[in-house]
Design a protein around this ligand. Structure first.
Ligand SMILES: NC(=O)c1ccc[n+]([C@@H]2O[C@H](COP(=O)([O-])OP(=O)(O)OC[C@H]3O[C@@H](n4cnc5c(N)ncnc54)[C@H](OP(=O)(O)O)[C@@H]3O)[C@@H](O)[C@H]2O)c1
Length: 292
């Protein structure tokens, strides 16, 4: 039996067929139309048809809602594009609260996203972070309303613990489809805190945010970097993405680069030949000790 870990190039999220890589728009605010077209075009070239954004993206730079506006401009300019992508956005982070997932606010947030994105429907709407002051029942009521009225097609959560995810699901009469935690070779909590186990148990697709540690992974030269460079033949980013995708919960790394060449280069992750031992060697380097 081969020891090489295989990585399927596609995934299914509810009714949607998506690539095993996604493209993220956190750093997208201020992007000019031509640049937006180049970035999203590069993402589609590598099969990353799942686009991730959020109402808050742009806050602190060009403004709340700005990243959605810029993506919306691209949808308006390139009419065929909307049908080629699966669109994820999020609501519930409202500075300086910091969170507000009360039902009217969450509903208003999704409706405002729809306008900024200039689309008819949000494919997958995520609660961006748990609002500790709102009951799971109330959040579920808002998500149910949005889905029933066709504002959103499917829903999910981001940065929720497994217990929070389960509690919210308890009040929904349809299954959530996505959980979006931070996961990378340097942030491995989701592998151990039940997030990726619950995903497999109930059929949630994990989307991994900051899959390169927000870029920090690309500059260090510690033990993790050494292992990744060895496995990737010098292509550290590809090895880090392949490591994530090899997990059996099948996390989808959300590419965050604003550089079309780097976005395209991510496709090399599909061709990384990683053994089971390689995978554990990266984890051990990250944890700083051998597996028990
Ligand atoms: N749900 C949440 O709470 C949450 C939080 C954070 C992010 N996210 C999502 O996750 C997405 C990705 O996050 P992220 O931007 O932190 O991802 P990332 O891929 O970990 O980091 C991207 C950063 O790494 C830099 N980088 C340096 N060398 C690179 C290389 N060789 N290849 C690729 N990138 C390199 C990029 O710079 P260049 O642009 O110059 O290439 C960019 O600044 C976001 O866009 C957003 O959609 C979600």
């Amino acid at each position: 039996m081969s020891d090489i870990l295989t990585v399927p190039r596609t995934r299914t999220i509810g009714p949607f067929d998506v690539g095993a890589l996604a493209y993220g728009c956190w750093r997208f605010a201020g992007t000019k139309l031509e640049d937006a077209r180049a970035k999203v075009g590069a993402a589609l070239e590598v099969g990353a048809n799942l686009l991730d954004t959020a109402a808050i993206y742009g806050f602190g730079e060009t403004g709340f809602g700005e990243a959605e506006e810029r993506l919306g401009d691209l949808f308006a300019a390139d009419p065929g594009l909307r049908e080629r992508v699966v669109l994820v956005t999020k609501g519930g982070i409202v500075p300086p609260e910091p969170y507000d997932s009360r039902a009217p606010e969450l509903i208003a947030s999704a409706e405002a996203s729809l306008k900024r994105l200039k689309v008819d429907v949000i494919d997958v709407f995520l609660v961006h972070r748990p609002d500790l002051l709102v009951s799971h029942e109330e959040v579920a009521g808002a998500l149910t309303d949005l889905r029933a009225r066709g504002v959103v097609q499917e829903v999910g959560v981001s940065n929720f613990t497994p217990a929070q995810t389960r509690a919210l699901q308890r009040f929904l009469d349809f299954p959530m489809v996505v959980t979006q935690p931070e996961i990378s070779v340097t942030e491995t909590s989701a592998l151990f805190d039940g997030t990726l186990d619950l995903a497999q148990e109930v059929g949630l697709t994990p989307m991994a945010w900051s899959p390169l540690g927000g870029g920090a992974l690309m500059t260090g030269d510690g033990p993790v970097a050494v292992e990744l460079d060895r496995i990737g033949g010098g292509d550290r980013a590809a090895a880090a993405l392949a490591w994530l995708m090899a997990h059996p919960a099948r996390p989808i790394p959300i590419l965050g680069s604003q550089n079309p060449d780097r976005i395209r280069a991510a496709a090399a992750a599909y061709d990384i030949q990683m053994t089971r031992r390689d995978w554990y060697a990266v984890l051990e380097a990250s944890l700083g000790h051998p597996m028990p």
